[in-house]
Design a protein around this ligand. Structure first.
Ligand SMILES: Cc1cc2nc3c(=O)[nH]c(=O)nc-3n(C[C@H](O)[C@H](O)[C@H](O)COP(=O)(O)O)c2cc1C
Length: 439
């Protein structure tokens, strides 16, 4: 089923016919109300999700294409720019051009955050909150362009065809070092002008994988307390640098999309599907004991089940389910956490598949108290001025929207800089031809 809905009513009819519950509101004004988090003002409820561009320099600094992407995001007017995955260690990079924050690159990051703030202020009259997403790529580490996995434990989902040696399993001491490194990255992020740091725990990367390390012995595996230890300790280390101008948050993968015991958030009754009980317990704990006021909820694994992670129409293979059902699942995850922990501000994920109607779903979610912020990923790279169009016209232009063709991901997987091949073709179509089509 390719997305071909021309009106909100067409979409509503299809949802009703398929018994899929995605709330939709004609009035998108809830997206433009302010919200205070950590004593800081977000000018509106629109978040640009972290979207890796794989366009840094070999030593991890933002390069020309990085600056171009963030200039466009800054102009958009989103209240929060959730900066892409930035590595905490050289061996933890997912590709040789992943950004990496260290003493030698901090000044370049500082210049970029200053530029983002000034650009947004000049265009929109306010500064966005900018959150650095700090990551350890773990199983997906590829710092020199070839896989160099660092895993929490073996997992048959990933290793059926290519088993990894035990030497790929990260030691407890290495995890303790990583925790400290999250603390140092927080210090650098603060000095570089970020308003907050996200300790990334999703999408199968190291902290996300630890959440489901049911079979790992020792202090980082087995029980809920142990599986969440790396995330909690990394947050603790980062919290040493908390201040009125700098906060700590986390992007949490509430459900990996795999069966228990090979994924977080899975039902344990033999059925396939999400059980958000542990994600809720974790978020409640992060709110009550670690002082987090904001989380970003996501699900799935972009390598193994991309249809769960980012519903799409076309890609390397066709999606195995109705993508609207995928959107429903994503929104349900955010709603489950938001309703269970109402004092937390939850950023929801899953709106880009809905094209011009994404803001209608976001506004309905906000109105119902199902989330506090709405995050847009692929839509933001396809249509960076979508916030402006929405504010001025009350609607998006269909011809500018993301078409969920997965070419941005194909670029990443091919080792190229990533962006929108369809709507930003001047820059990314030549890269696509060179790296994906030729290969
Ligand atoms: C090209 C690309 C890069 C991405 N980079 C990141 C990233 O750096 N960090 C992250 O947490 N998620 C990343 N994601 C996932 C998005 O943030 C988002 O969760 C996903 O695309 C679903 O949201 P959407 O439907 O609005 O696109 C990426 C997705 C794509 C397609």
């Amino acid at each position: 089923m390719a997305f071909g809905f021309k009106t909100l009513q067409n979409l509503q009819e299809k949802l009703a016919a398929d018994s899929i519950k995605i709330p939709l509101a004609a009035d998108v004004s809830p997206l433009f109300s302010e919200r205070v988090i950590y004593g800081r003002r977000a000018a509106n409820r629109i978040v640009i999700h972290p979207m890796e561009g794989c366009d840094g320099t070999p030593d991890g600094k933002p390069d020309d294409l990085t600056a171009r992407r963030y200039t466009r995001f800054a102009q958009s007017g989103a209240g929060i720019i959730w900066f892409e995955a930035v590595s905490i260690l050289p061996e933890a990079r997912a590709n040789p051009r992943q950004l990496y924050l260290h003493d030698g690159s901090a000044e370049d990051f500082r210049r970029l955050t200053e530029h983002i703030k000034q650009t947004c202020f000049r265009k929109n009259g306010y500064e966005p909150l900018i959150i650095l997403q700090a990551t350890h790529s773990g199983r997906y580490a590829k710092p020199r362009g070839i896989p160099a996995p660092i895993i929490a434990c073996h997992n048959t989902n990933f290793e059926r065809e290519r088993p990894l040696p035990d030497s790929a399993i990260v030691t407890d001491d290495e995890l303790r070092t990583a925790e400290q490194r999250f603390g140092q990255t927080a210090k650098l992020a603060k000095e570089s002008g970020f308003d907050g740091i996200d300790i990334k725990a999703c999408h199968g990367y190291l902290l996300g994988e630890c959440l489901s390390a049911f079979t790992r012995p020792g202090p980082y595996g087995g029980s809920f307390e142990n599986r969440t230890r790396l995330l909690k300790n990394a947050i603790q280390a980062a919290s040493a640098h908390k201040s009125p101008g700098f906060f700590i948050t986390a992007r949490i993968g509430a459900y990996d999309g795999f069966e228990y015991p090979y994924g977080f958030g899975a039902r344990r009754d033999g059925q396939v599907g999400p059980d958000y009980a542990e994600a809720i317990t974790l978020c409640d704990l992060l709110r009550e004991q670690y002082g987090l006021e904001l989380v970003n909820i996501t699900i799935g694994n972009p390598y193994q089940n991309p249809h769960v992670n980012r519903p799409y129409d076309s890609g390397i293979s066709s999606p195995p389910e109705n993508p609207l059902g995928g959107v429903e699942r994503l929104l349900n995850a955010a709603r489950a956490v938001q309703k269970a922990v109402p004092s937390l501000s939850v950023t929801a994920t899953g709106f880009s598949y809905l094209r011009q109607f994404g803001p209608n779903a976001a506004a309905a979610m906000l109105k119902q108290g199902d989330c506090a912020f709405a995050g847009f990923g692929r839509q933001a790279i396809a249509y960076p001025c979508f916030v402006e169009d929405l504010r001025e016209r009350g609607a998006l232009k269909p011809e500018k929207c993301c078409v969920t063709c997965s070419k941005c991901t194909q670029l990443m997987r091919a080792g190229s800089a990533a962006g929108c091949v369809v709507r930003d073709s001047e820059v990314y179509l030549p890269l696509y031809k060179e790296s994906v089509l030729k290969a």
